[in-house]
Write a protein that binds this ligand. Structure first.
Ligand code: ZN
Length: 287
């Protein structure tokens, strides 16, 4: 792990990789945080669109954040691919199941509780979503997470709008917001592209990155190239331009990464995007 002094923390870029669905890699202040890892080609009846899974995404991880126990967010086979000493942070009620599957470093958080990972503070936040693994299991919370370091990043997990979004943080740099799901329709407790754009009026981040789209689809849908795999982030960006014009929106394709530094937030949209094959694409737009 690299240790930065305080001035280099501010100047060092933070990187967000949209691995796909709710799996993101947040690299900030020398630490690597992975969210809701789904790192294989199939989960139950869902297949991953043909985007290669880079094994480096799961190396040297400082903490894994689990938002809730639904199958497309809490995937035990993917967790088993991780290094054995990875620390898993999860909602109340998840630890027993994780320990039963031999995961030893598990920390449960209730809504509002925080812990430190190096120089980062991770806070569990409310999510408006039924977090029970299946309809006969004990109810567990669904969480979002605030990750606070030299920047402040909000990972929303699965959620619909909720009033407390107004007071979640008054200094959000980036919000990773779900804008769809894995099928042609969305169930309750999710943000549509329109409602995700409405959430920007409450969250007021400097940057919004749509997630939870374009990755998983029911078996048999892939070759049809259904619109639900492609349209949601673009529709979100169009609504956001009207409803929250001060927020920069960056659509990052599954498997791609974007990085930002302080100057970006003050003067321009995202500077650079790194593609899955390592190419760098500059996308600097002055505000
Ligand atoms: Zn869910």
């Amino acid at each position: 792990m690299t240790v930065y002094n305080s001035s280099s923390l501010i100047d060092s870029p933070a990187t967000i990789t949209y691995i796909g669905h709710a799996t993101t890699l947040i690299e900030m202040d020398g630490l690597r945080i992975l969210t809701d890892p789904v790192l294989r080609g199939r989960v139950w009846h869902l297949r991953r669109k043909k985007v290669p899974i880079n094994p480096l995404w799961r190396k040297n991880i400082d903490a894994v954040l689990i938002s809730h126990l639904h199958w497309d967010h809490f995937d035990l086979p993917s967790l088993r691919l991780m290094e054995a000493d990875n620390c898993i942070i999860a909602p109340l009620g998840a630890a027993r199941m994780l320990r039963r599957h031999n995961f030893r470093c598990v920390q449960e958080l209730a809504i509002g509780q925080s812990l430190s990972i190096g120089s980062l503070t991770i806070t569990a936040t409310y999510a408006n979503h039924n977090g029970a693994r299946h309809k006969f299991s004990t109810p567990t919370d669904a969480l979002g997470y605030l990750i606070r370091g030299s920047r402040v990043v909000y990972f929303a997990g699965d959620t619909d709008l909720f009033p407390e979004m107004n007071s979640l943080a008054d200094d959000l740099d980036a919000a990773l917001l779900p804008v769809w799901g894995w099928g042609p329709t969305l169930g309750q407790g999710h943000l549509t592209p329109y409602r995700a754009a409405l959430s920007l009026q409450m969250l007021k981040p400097k940057l919004a990155i749509p997630i939870h789209w374009g990755t998983l689809h029911p078996v048999g849908f892939g070759h049809l190239k259904p619109r639900f795999l492609y349209d949601p982030p673009q529709v979100f960006a169009r609504y956001a331009a009207h409803l929250a014009p001060d927020v920069s929106v960056q659509v990052v394709a599954p498997g791609e990464a974007t990085y930002f530094d302080r100057a970006v937030f003050q003067k321009s949209h995202i500077v650079r995007r790194q593609t899955a094959d390592g190419r760098t694409v500059d996308r600097c737009k002055k505000r």
